[in-house]
Design a binder for this molecule. Structure first.
Ligand SMILES: C[S@@+](CC[C@H](N)C(=O)[O-])C[C@H]1O[C@@H](n2cnc3c(N)ncnc32)[C@H](O)[C@@H]1O
Length: 280
């Protein structure tokens, strides 16, 4: 396990992933009924962007750094920026909330959160950080075990963020299997599976597998900050959204062009959104 998210916190994939995640939670909360949020590869709660790791890469500068001080944000991005700003009350960007913190900030009394993180340091930090919160259970275990261990949930509504580090060559295959299992165990599970886009050609098998996995609905959403033939690197990232809540895609239609042009590092930036299964 070499990957540490502290080097990457607040970068362009985090902006994309976290803004969409936050809106999904908000849409679930339009109903009073409780939900359970599962975060299988959680990282830690708060990242210090002035700390050694984040300063070394400076990735956040071209992510949250590009929009933190702006006042002309689309609503979905404005809500996300405000969530980050609440951790920086003096107006200076320093602390960045990871996915478990972002969702913990939104949980209502009736909602619940199950978090797993395999790295011992991050798991210990998370456990200590959320120790006083009875609604949050932190486990140091393999995140791929979560569907089998916890689905179906008593709340009848579940949102799973599957955000692995992609250190293994066949990680996408694991993801497809795990998502299939989750939906077999609880058909209405909402899944947000994040994936990196380096060379798009390498993703063709993954797209096919997701389309043919027997999932009820699959929305593919992608954001590119560089043309994919520019160089092998993180040229963009995607989210496979299984059973996404309405009207997320209508709002994303308006938000993604703005996000693509704001986060572009070369050229104009790009985006796409289409249904791989179960178009409503
Ligand atoms: C991309 S980071 C997570 C970022 C976090 N979800 C966020 O959005 O703020 C991936 C995390 O998965 C952890 N990890 C790696 N393999 C794991 C596994 N098998 N089970 C659980 N966590 C794992 C890594 O230590 C790392 O913290």
């Amino acid at each position: 396990m070499n990957y540490r998210h502290s080097y990457h916190a607040g970068n362009h994939p985090d902006v994309f992933k976290h803004s969409v995640l936050q809106r999904m939670i908000q849409l679930l909360q339009r109903k009073e009924a409780p939900f359970c949020y599962l975060d299988s590869h959680a990282g830690t709660a708060l990242y210090d962007l002035q700390g050694e790791a984040a300063s070394k890469t400076g990735e956040y500068v071209d992510g949250i750094g590009r929009l933190f001080d702006r006042t002309d944000l689309p609503e979905l991005i404005g809500d996300y920026r405000d969530a980050v700003a609440r951790h920086n009350p003096d107006g200076v960007l320093r602390l960045y909330p990871g996915s478990p913190q972002l969702v913990a900030d939104l949980l209502r009394e009736q909602d619940r959160m199950i978090v797993s993180e395999l790295h011992p340091d991050d798991a210990a930090t998370l456990k200590a950080h959320f120790a006083d919160n009875d609604s949050i259970a932190v486990h140091q275990r393999d995140g791929y075990e979560l569907p089998k261990a916890f689905l179906p949930v008593a709340e009848k509504r579940a949102l799973w963020l599957l955000d692995p580090p992609f250190e293994q060559i066949d990680e996408l295959d694991y993801c497809v299997e795990a998502v299939q299992l989750a939906v077999q165990r609880m058909r209405q599970t909402i899944v947000a599976l994040w994936y990196p886009i380096k060379d798009e050609r390498l993703l063709r098998g993954f797209y096919r597998s997701m389309a043919e996995a027997g999932l009820p609905k699959v929305l593919r959403v992608e954001l590119g900050v560089r043309p994919t033939d520019t160089r092998m690197g993180l040229n963009g990232s995607g989210l496979m959204l299984v059973n996404p809540p309405w009207p997320l895609w209508e709002e994303l239609e308006e938000t993604l062009p703005w996000l693509a042009s704001t986060l572009a590092q070369s050229g104009e930036g790009s985006w796409r959104m289409d249904w791989l299964a179960g178009q409503p």
